[in-house]
Ligand binder design. Structure first.
Ligand SMILES: Cc1cc2nc3c(=O)[nH]c(=O)nc-3n(C[C@H](O)[C@H](O)[C@H](O)COP(=O)(O)OP(=O)(O)OC[C@H]3O[C@@H](n4cnc5c(N)ncnc54)[C@H](O)[C@@H]3O)c2cc1C
Length: 411
């Protein structure tokens, strides 16, 4: 295939911007690819990601399963994941000397357990492909000009380009979104996703660090429901069962100003009636034990003591003496405990933005704007976000790769 010397500018030096710039320059060596990063530190989020280990992707090779992990963007990402999915990510990094490993829950990290390995790999690949990277220089404005674009930089200088990729991430006051809006795009209002819940409640006060491996969570009065590990924190609750709920409910919970009733089943999968059956059987089997010292759900003992107290039962009561009404109250505490959520905190290990460039205005074969030919988008600037586990980077790699190849003229 003969390529021309297209002038390509990538705005934003994050995961999506680097991946796109590399894909573009590798596909079309004649293209002149420049990448501008506003800060002095490109790939800063990659570096801090996954607690400094970078959860690169998730071992979920089947696109139909993968798209279910995206509260926003799943439908649109099905085609793109068929072209560049987690398997391709693994192969891409392996071809550049970086091996990934899979943890028990499916999350994939570099075998070095160091995000610096990923940062170095991306920088080296960009360099080898001939991408010119400019740091501490942002893009202020992009305007249509002579069939291409005129781009204005933060130092007042300007340049002309044939193709522009906006990969400025999901920040609330993102210049990328302003540029997109000025070129005719609709911006879905940004709100946070992947956050933890503020709860001040006697049942969990002082229990920070305690976790339950399989809890069920739901928001009273909505269809929001999830499950997984639940962690008690200093401020309330976190863990996959909370973070996933926050992602699927990002908009609904923002509308409620993060004040709502959370319903927790500490023993996932059990209804109140089933929990009661288990308690009644335990009462028959544990004639002389005190209720506060033994529980049939394998819950952490400190949590169990709190649930027993919340059900109005004196912990020293022997199992045989506990009334049916008390067991009923305890079943409620085990399988449908209500907590008043009063606010949220960002999850320090991973957070993303729900909202961004409206997806139906973008062609997901090329990541090109349907409104402004030559303008492309990749990564979190789009109204795409995944649950925690490596899905957000996968979306950045996939959309970046598609945009890069399209800008190179390969599509
Ligand atoms: C603490 C933390 C940990 C995370 N850990 C993980 C994880 O382990 N796995 C996972 O899948 N996801 C993780 N995420 C989410 C993931 O980091 C993002 O989804 C991903 O970085 C998005 O990539 P991006 O390239 O679209 O945006 P970004 O990484 O945000 O990059 C955008 C870049 O554009 C630059 N920029 C903005 N405006 C301009 C401008 N006008 N001109 C020039 N440059 C500009 C910004 O400075 C930034 O460097 C984490 C997020 C956080 C906050």
């Amino acid at each position: 295939m003969a390529f021309n010397s297209t002038r390509v500018i990538v705005v934003g030096g994050g995961a999506a911007g680097f991946f796109a710039a590399i894909a573009c320059a590798e596909t079309n060596p004649a293209a002149r690819v420049v990448l501008y990063e506003a800060t002095a530190h490109p790939l800063a989020k990659v570096r801090v990601s996954g607690g400094g280990r970078c959860n690169v992707t998730h071992a979920c090779p089947e696109p139909r399963d993968l798209v279910k992990r995206y509260p926003r963007g799943g439908r649109e990402l099905l085609g793109p994941f068929n072209r560049f999915g987690p398997r391709d990510t693994i192969a891409w990094f392996a071809a550049r000397g970086v091996e990934l490993k899979t943890e028990a829950d499916g999350r994939m990290f570099p075998i070095t357990d160091d995000s610096g390995t990923i940062v170095d790999c991306l920088r080296r690949a960009a360099d080898q492909a001939g991408v010119k990277v400019f740091t501490a220089m942002g893009v202020r404005r992009v305007q249509r000009a002579d069939g291409g674009f005129q781009v204005e930089f933060t130092d007042g200088s300007a340049g002309d380009f044939d193709r522009v990729l906006i990969a400025t991430g999901g920040n609330k006051s993102s210049v990328g979104q302003i540029i997109a809006a000025n070129l005719g795009h609709t911006i879905e209002p940004p709100v946070p996703s992947l956050f933890t819940f503020h709860i001040d409640d006697a049942r969990i006060r002082g229990l920070e660090g305690l976790s339950v491996p399989a809890a069920g969570t739901a928001v009273r009065g909505t269809k929001l429901k999830d499950s997984g590990g639940l962690l008690v924190t200093h401020w309330g609750m976190s863990g996959p069962a909370i973070l996933k709920l926050s992602a699927w409910g990002a908009r609904e919970l923002a509308e409620r100003d993060y004040k709502f009733t959370l319903v927790v089943s500490w023993a996932e999968g059990r209804t109140v009636a089933q929990a009661l059956d288990t308690l009644v059987s335990a009462r028959m089997a544990n004639l002389k034990k005190q209720i506060g010292t033994w529980n049939p759900f394998a819950l952490p003992s400190r949590l169990w003591e709190r649930l027993v107290a919340a059900a109005g039962i004196v912990p020293e009561t022997v199992w045989t003496s506990v009334s049916n009404a008390s067991l009923q109250a305890l079943a409620g505490q085990v399988a449908a405990a209500e907590f008043a959520v009063e606010g949220k905190s960002l999850n320090k290990d991973e957070f993303v933005t729900c909202g961004g460039v409206r997806l139906r205005e973008v062609d997901f074969k090329t990541m090109e704007s349907r409104l402004c030919p030559g303008l492309h988008f990749a990564g979190e600037v789009l109204d795409i976000d995944g649950i925690t586990g490596g899905f957000n980077f996968q979306a950045a790699w996939t959309t970046g790769w598609l945009a890069g190849r399209a800008m190179a003229g390969a599509e």
